[in-house]
Design a protein around this ligand. Structure first.
Ligand code: MG
Length: 158
């Protein structure tokens, strides 16, 4: 059995009046992520963890932010494409764990929806997909509500 672990990290700046999409779920908020795609920071971190596990680079390499094809794209499409790459290499995903750092809005009410959306995109049982949220106690860019970050870890099995 071949096991591969991968880590991903992503950050997006927040700006007034933009849609906020995290973990495949659109949240009601006054600010959203500045991005070429829909700015789904959680999905981007998960994609980078999946690619990192197989040393395949990162999502910027697969989906360049200079390409019109990816302008405003739903990041769930990117995640599905990354899963296709992982599967084409003969690996399956054992589990995914991610932590979203954001001061506001409170993410807890949306966590289970995010888990089920992400699980369905990746073709996994929801028990294999963990989404956690934390504030940074008002410290740093997340705490000042200037941005949002996500760390993700995945385990792949062949
Ligand atoms: Mg990103």
């Amino acid at each position: 059995m071949d096991l591969r672990i991968g880590h991903g990290y992503d950050v997006h700046a927040l700006a007034e009046g933009l849609p906020l999409v995290i973990g495949g779920v659109e949240l009601s908020h006054t600010k959203g992520c500045v991005a070429h795609s829909d700015g789904d920071v959680a999905i981007h971190a998960i994609c980078d963890a999946l690619l990192g596990a197989l040393a395949l680079g990162d999502i910027g390499k697969l989906f360049p932010d200079t390409s019109d094809e990816f302008k405003g794209i739903d990041s769930k499409i990117l995640l599905r494409r990354v899963c296709d790459v992982i599967e084409s290499e003969g690996y399956s995903i054992s589990n995914v764990d991610c932590t979203i750092a954001m001061q506001r809005p409170k993410l807890r009410p949306h966590i289970d929806t995010m888990r089920s959306v992400l699980a369905s995109v990746m073709g996994l049982d929801v028990s294999r997909v963990s989404v956690k949220a934390t504030t940074t106690e008002r410290l740093g860019f997340e705490g000042r509500e200037e941005g949002v970050s996500t760390h993700a870890v995945v385990l792949l099995i062949k």
